[in-house]
Design a protein around this ligand. Structure first.
Ligand SMILES: Nc1ncnc2c1ncn2[C@@H]1O[C@H](COP(=O)(O)OP(=O)(O)OP(=O)(O)O)[C@@H](O)[C@H]1O
Length: 362
């Protein structure tokens, strides 16, 4: 078990990288605490697998060091790093029984038989595999096989960390929810550092205590699910997390007021020194924008109202910008004219995509 430190780590697949555009992984400095449940979240091609492969030792980084506790492991093989990995597709021995599959990583390392047997029982119990322990893996479904792969990753108690790369890809949708919660419980029970790579925000937010969000080869925010929701550090995080994502609108800011075209929006923070020449935008999540009758608030045109089960979301147009807003249960629309009320505590200001802190408005 270990704390994993990434120290000025960067990677380019090209042999002679010149600018940031040549790096699949731009410089990252990060500490994965011992025992943490982390998700590495981002769209396809953002560099998640590259980073995971650097941690496991499958890829040697172009620059920087990687340490497990105080030990520099940058030059060590995967084997020597003592990392367990679970991939998208099951890695099981078809001719072996489930019990033999689970025992394999321990047998390989010379763990005594009685300890192996007890650990296999424990992991099988956590994954609900007890009743199939003596069946051959060959005859099981893809879901079950992936559970065995998970079990083989989890079975070694001494690993520095377990890395999961999109482990639920082959799992049947109705089982995914169940297995996500199971993995979370297993993390609590085993106290092992786990890093879970996914492009699926639901998987990341259910599994992880801390989520590392990547975009275009760079980490754009590391935070708890609440922090990512409440205070996205980058417009990409606002947009990528949430359903629908954050509304992001071009604006002009004067002290503690933002203007969308000429419509004023009050802010709880003041922005006296916004960077010159950068793209200034306002971000607010649909959950904090309320649709109401024309009168007070920003005038909008309602394009449509979607019922998304737990809420109604209005798609509206404000000064030529498309926005999503919450529709209160009691609100009934007449025609397409309405207004919006922004909760000022949840309005954020961004410069070239990055959150600007501002100061408390007086
Ligand atoms: N072996 C390789 N050689 C050259 N370029 C690569 C290699 N592996 C990945 N890349 C490139 O590096 C970038 C990051 O890829 P990576 O696989 O790390 O992203 P990802 O976020 O894991 O995406 P996905 O979920 O699709 O696997 C992409 O532009 C990809 O094309």
């Amino acid at each position: 078990m270990a704390r994993i430190t990434l120290d000025h780590l960067a990677h380019a697949y090209k042999p002679d990288p010149r600018g940031p555009q040549d790096y699949a992984l731009k410089e990252i400095n990060h500490v994965w605490d011992q025992g943490g449940a982390y998700a590495l979240l981002g769209p396809s091609g953002c560099g998640k697998t590259t980073l995971l492969n650097i941690i496991s030792g499958l890829v040697h980084p172009t620059r920087g060091r990687i340490r497990f506790d105080e030990r520099d492991v940058t030059e060590l093989s995967t084997e020597a790093r003592n990392i367990a990995q679970v991939f998208q597709f099951p890695v099981v021995y078809d001719t072996m029984s489930v019990r033999e599959n689970l025992a394999f990583p321990l047998k390989n390392r010379g763990v005594p038989r009685d300890r192996t047997a007890a650990r296999v029982e424990e992991i099988a119990h956590l994954l609900d595999l007890t009743r199939v322990l003596d069946r051959k893996a060959r005859n099981l479904t893809a879901d079950m096989k992936q559970k065995i792969s998970l079990g083989r990753g989890l079975v070694r108690p001494d690993v520095a960390a377990i890395l999961f790369d999109e482990p639920l890809t082959v799992i049947d949708p109705h089982l995914k929810w169940q297995l996500r919660s199971t993995l979370k419980e297993i993390h609590r029970a085993l106290d092992i550092t786990m890093i879970y790579v996914t492009h699926d925000q639901t998987e990341a937010l259910t599994f992880a205590d801390k989520v590392v969000v990547m975009h275009d080869g760079a980490v754009v925010q590391t935070g708890t699910p609440e922090e990512l929701f409440e205070r996205p550090a980058h417009t990409f995080v606002g947009h990528f997390i949430g359903s629908p994502g954050m509304n992001i609108l071009p604006c002009r800011v004067d002290g503690a007021t933002a203007y969308i075209e000429n419509e004023p929006v009050s802010l709880t923070r003041a922005y006296r020194t916004l960077p010159q020449g950068q793209r200034i935008e306002l971000g607010i999540r649909p959950e904090f924008v309320r649709l109401q009758e024309r009168g007070d608030g920003l005038p909008v045109r309602v394009r449509r109202i979607d019922d998304i089960g737990r809420a109604r979301i209005a798609r509206v147009e404000l000064a030529g910008n498309a926005l999503a807003a919450s529709v209160p249960e009691t609100f009934a629309i007449d025609g397409d004219e309405a207004a919006l009320a922004f909760d000022p505590r949840h309005v954020h200001i961004y410069a070239d995509g990055h959150l600007v802190a501002g100061e408390p408005a007086r």
